[in-house]
Ligand binder design. Structure first.
Ligand code: BTN
Length: 260
């Protein structure tokens, strides 16, 4: 029901909730008890989480709000690169069910015409040894704005957010969006994790959708505000910037806020 095709890693268990605080929170709290590949989706989140403690808001029934749980080794490339892979999978899924071809914006946004269409939040915590010695639970949460009209967005986001309904020339079926997302995420995760070369190819697919490379940016990292030119996104998912104040520097998504 929740997938557009046969799945290899995701979906042995799936939970559909009418309401929850956060689908990411739900899986993180139960990370040791639930199976690898568990999917949870919700019609409404009372405390939807965005990056860096921000809220993620969507009216009931308007967005795809979905998280998946992975049990991974502690050196998994997903620990730093999960948001890139999920954004790539979401963009490819959206192309299958709408006329939209979203771009990606480091570290975790999908964009259409410069406005945010979807966001990814990846969180992790250690697993107890009885579940997986040295393992980590990684929860990847994806929110895709589907049916909102411009007036549904909070005032402060009204000029910066968009939805598939606004952008697509084709009618949007939210269940189809969710099913395509699950199938695409399953495929990207299985294929990208297979070999280091496959991982690199997927990072390149993400880069191909990113129009930021070569553009100017302002960042806040470790309490400092920096400006510079974006040179690349590394295999680990870091932003590589030629900083005006001097030198090339790597910025990790977890500790960096992109101001523009
Ligand atoms: C961001 O843009 O800052 C990330 C937004 C992530 C939102 C999704 S909705 C499903 C999952 N559950 C959450 O609480 N957050 C993510």
């Amino acid at each position: 029901m929740l997938s557009a095709g046969p799945l290899r890693r995701l979906g042995a268990r799936a939970v559909a909730l009418d309401e929850v605080d956060s689908t990411n929170g739900y899986l993180l709290e139960r990370a040791a008890a639930l199976h690898d590949g568990t999917i949870v989706c919700a019609e409404y989140q009372t405390a939807g989480r965005g990056r860096q403690g921000r809220k993620w808001l969507a009216p009931r029934g308007a967005a795809v709000m979905l998280s998946v749980l992975l049990h991974e080794p502690s050196d998994s490339p997903l620990l730093s690169g999960a948001a890139l892979m999920a954004a790539l999978a979401a963009a490819e899924a959206i192309e299958q069910v709408s006329t939209c071809s979203p771009g990606v914006r480091w570290p975790n946004d999908l964009v259409m015409q410069g406005r945010k269409l979807a966001g990814v939040l990846a969180e992790s915590k250690p697993l107890p040894p009885e579940v997986r010695v040295g393992g980590r639970a990684i929860v990847i949460g994806i929110g895709i704005n589907c049916l909102q009209h411009q007036g549904h967005f909070p005032v402060e986001l009204i000029d910066r957010a968009t939805s598939l309904e606004i952008q697509s020339a084709q009618a949007i079926n939210r269940v189809e969006v969710a099913a395509a997302l699950v199938a695409s995420l399953d495929q990207v995760l299985v294929e990208a994790l297979a070999t280091p070369e496959a991982w690199s190819m997927h990072v390149q697919r993400w880069r191909d959708r990113c129009s930021d490379i070569g553009s100017r940016t302002t960042l806040e990292a470790d309490g400092r505000r920096l400006t510079g030119t974006i040179l690349d996104i590394t295999e680990e998912g870091d932003l590589l910037v030629e900083v005006d104040q001097g030198g090339r520097q790597h910025f990790a998504a977890a500790t960096t806020t992109r101001l523009w």
